[in-house]
Ligand binder design. Structure first.
Ligand SMILES: *Cc1c(COP(=O)(O)O)cnc(C)c1O
Length: 434
């Protein structure tokens, strides 16, 4: 059945024990901005960042936040202030990073399918390095850099081919046969090619083995394979090596019973990797920094009973939060107003579903919720990562706003989409051509 995780930044307080984000009642945000709405705690993001930074103290490293987890400009600005760099996977993310005040030097460019225009943009922005995922991409970067008279710094993303035991197969990326990275037995040849091409410089080796990792073995085994590769390279290929990029994947708990990542154990792996390679580390956490810093606040529209099941129909669904439907992910659900004791005792087991015309449109299944009535507000927890960024306009629904909280203040960082936004790029009569 599962239950909820309330971090220090989301807690009940005040007379009626209402759910707050830092000093702000979630109900007040819902009343001001409407529902559904994503609410992010800047304090929680800072806390997670400082925890990781603290654990890695004394190890030469850079933290490059993985923008795809939550690419809101408001969130990016919080991370930039903390001193983070970014890890991007598209030209669109580069655009966002630059708008949020990051410079090219703050950027590492990953991703398996970089297009020529994206590579050109990144070269001109002066990104710190490209994580290269195939020989073809390496040759494309070399050719494009040559056109501009530039030398592109590259790291080889190696598929370390380690077994990864993440909660869902879609979040495993570093196993044999995955589309990501260069197959281990070809990595040496591609690294050598990088030292031969005139307009690239081999500055690092990289891996990203998966997401929601709690055990350290995949990191450990991956690092060992990267280090083996360094040993294989002739000294001319090692001359400019500076970075060992361990990727992202640090887990967060979504449920009270979930394993938590042991940052001390991670730091131990990182310390050994830095020592034995003599290289500086790059870490690309996404989820770890933002997942539990966000909630999705939704209002209950209706209740109904069908086929022996109780349904709570909310004004948010898979269009706002796809993870339950796409990954069968668990998200805690809390009433924003504290239910009375009697209500808790008579709690029903319900499915919390959205308004989208799709049977896979649910937020939580078989959850014990104290007498939820139409009009009540619910907070769907752990909605800071892979949530808004996966929102869609399916059923012509408008994307919700994003609100950032800092202490006793809150402010909209993304407006709710308007009806005009829905059709802005469309026309009823085609722009005919012959
Ligand atoms: C998605 C991704 C990350 C971040 O993963 P998390 O599980 O959110 O930490 C880091 N690096 C790369 C290359 C990625 O694709």
């Amino acid at each position: 059945m599962g239950s909820s995780i309330l971090t220090a930044s989301f807690r009940r307080s005040g007379e009626n024990n209402a759910l707050h984000c830092e000093g702000v009642p979630l109900a007040r945000i819902a009343e001001t901005v409407g529902t559904p709405v994503f609410v992010y705690s800047s304090a929680e993001i800072r806390l997670q960042y400082e925890k990781l930074k603290g654990a890695l103290e004394g190890i030469p490293h850079r933290i490059h936040y993985s923008v795809k987890a939550n690419s809101s400009l408001g969130v990016l600005a919080v991370l930039r202030e903390l001193g983070a760099g970014v890890d991007i996977v598209s030209g669109g993310e580069l655009h966002r990073a630059l708008l949020a005040g990051f410079t090219g030097d703050d950027v590492v460019f990953s991703g398996v399918g970089k297009t020529a225009p994206e590579i050109r943009e990144a070269l001109r922005a002066g990104v710190r390095f490209f994580n290269v995922e195939s020989e073809g991409e390496l040759r494309a970067i070399d050719a494009l850099a040559s056109e501009d008279g530039l030398i592109a710094p590259v790291a080889i993303r190696v598929n370390p081919e380690v077994d990864v035991d993440t909660p869902h197969e879609y979040t495993r990326t570093g196993g044999r046969g995955h589309k990501f990275g260069i197959p281990y037995d070809e990595a040496e040849a591609v690294a050598l090619l990088a030292t031969e091409l005139a307009n690239v410089r081999l500055v690092g080796l990289d891996m990203h083995v998966g997401s929601q990792l709690t055990r350290m073995e995949p990191y450990e085994r991956g690092v060992a394979r990267l280090l083996d590769l360094v040993e294989l390279l002739p000294s001319r290929a090692r001359a400019d090596l500076r970075w060992l990029d361990l990727g992202g994947g640090l887990a967060v708990p979504y449920d009270v019973d979930d394993d938590k990542v042991d940052l001390g154990a991670f730091a131990a792996v990182a310390r050994r990797a830095a020592r034995s390679s003599g290289l500086e580390l790059v870490i690309e956490p996404g989820r770890f920094l933002v997942a539990n810093a966000g909630v999705l606040v939704t209002r209950v529209l209706y209740r109904k009973r069908s086929g022996g099941k109780d349904y709570v129909i909310a004004d948010a669904g898979m269009t706002e939060l796809l993870r339950p439907s796409h990954y069968h992910a668990h998200h805690g659900v809390e009433r924003v107003e504290e239910p009375h004791r009697a209500e808790i005792e008579t709690a029903d087991v319900v499915d919390v579903v959205g308004p989208v015309c799709e049977s896979g449109d649910f937020l939580a299944l078989d959850r014990k919720l104290a007498s939820v009535e139409p009009g009540d507000l619910l907070a769907i927890l752990s909605a800071g990562a892979y949530a808004y960024v996966m929102a869609s306009n399916y059923n012509s629904r408008q994307k919700p706003p994003e609100v950032l909280v800092d202490g006793n203040r809150f402010g909209v960082v993304t407006d709710r989409e308007t009806r005009d936004d829905l059709t802005r790029l469309e026309r009823t009569v085609p722009a005919w051509r012959e």
